[in-house]
Design a protein around this ligand. Structure first.
Ligand SMILES: Nc1ncnc2c1ncn2[C@@H]1O[C@H](COP(=O)(O)OP(=O)(O)OP(=O)(O)O)[C@@H](O)[C@H]1O
Ligand SMILES: [Mg+2]
Length: 242
């Protein structure tokens, strides 16, 4: 699904978190959003999710105004936010249960895909942080979202788990072709995952850089060591420092 923002602003009291941002994200694109803490990244994501409303301007998805959350858009937050009293399997099934029908074979398949097979009956406190984050990703994926909104989903993971999750996400995106908006603090992660890089600046929150990421697919986390990748990263860092 295509996402359009037309002069979207969001004020929190005297703070202009977003300053008249206009943006079109084409269907099936993987967009990465990079920027310093407080520059408005989560604000942007929450508006697209329909969890918050702009102070002015319009957001739409496939031409329809965004006024509330919808099953077409699923958010993965930095904190997994699992329900402590539910098993892993019930946590993953939660969104489908709310929707009214549960596809258990699909739930179990996705639990297997994120590498949590055998842990279905475990409660969140019995899982590591990385496992909980994978469960949160599974919970989002079983909704078959047309738009996947990810707010620093891998920031709390150790490097090895993060790399595995990055490769997993890329592989999955290649298969299901959903539109992804992925927020990160990490330049490597932004360049390695995305088709398009958006860099935001703070106070007021604006788009400083918006350009395609000219790297071939398929991609893997270890391409951050390739000379072509390093050259691109150096160029982006140069722009960021300017
Ligand atoms: N609910 C809120 N009430 C008041 N101010 C808010 C609220 N949400 C965000 N802000 C302010 O808006 C600005 C942007 O916040 P936002 O959370 O979007 O930043 P961010 O880019 O996601 O930062 P981080 O990388 O630390 O997550 C900040 O100055 C923040 O204080
Ligand atoms: Mg944030």
């Amino acid at each position: 699904m295509a996402i359009t923002l037309d002069r979207v602003a969001r004020d929190f009291g005297a703070i202009r978190a977003l300053d008249e941002i206009s943006l079109t994200i084409a269907d099936g694109t993987f967009v990465t959003v990079l920027g310093a803490s407080g520059c408005g990244k989560s604000t942007l994501l929450n508006l697209i999710a329909g969890l918050d409303m702009p102070t002015s301007g319009r957001l739409s998805i496939d031409g329809v105004a965004i006024t509330k959350p919808g099953p077409d858009r699923v958010v993965v937050f930095q904190q997994p936010g699992l329900y402590p009293w539910l098993s892993l399997r019930e946590n993953v099934a939660f969104g489908q249960r709310l929707r009214g029908t549960i596809d258990w074979p699909r739930i179990d398949e996705v639990i297997g895909i994120v590498g949590l097979g055998g842990f279905e009956a475990h409660r969140p406190y019995e899982l590591s942080g990385g496992m909980q984050q994978r469960a949160a990703l599974a919970r989002a994926l079983v909704m078959n979202p047309k738009v996947l909104l990810m707010d620093e989903p891998f920031a709390a993971l150790d490097a090895q788990t993060r790399h595995r999750m990055q490769d997993f996400l890329l592989e999955l995106w290649g298969r299901i072709g959903t539109t992804v908006v992925f927020i990160t603090h990490d330049i490597d992660e932004a360049l390695m995952l995305g088709d398009r890089l958006i860099v935001m600046q703070a106070r007021p929150g604006r788009i400083a850089i918006d350009r395609p990421i000219p790297l071939a697919r398929p991609r893997h986390w270890d391409m951050v060591l390739d000379p072509g990748f390093v050259a691109l990263k150096r160029a982006v860092m140069g722009i960021l420092a300017a």
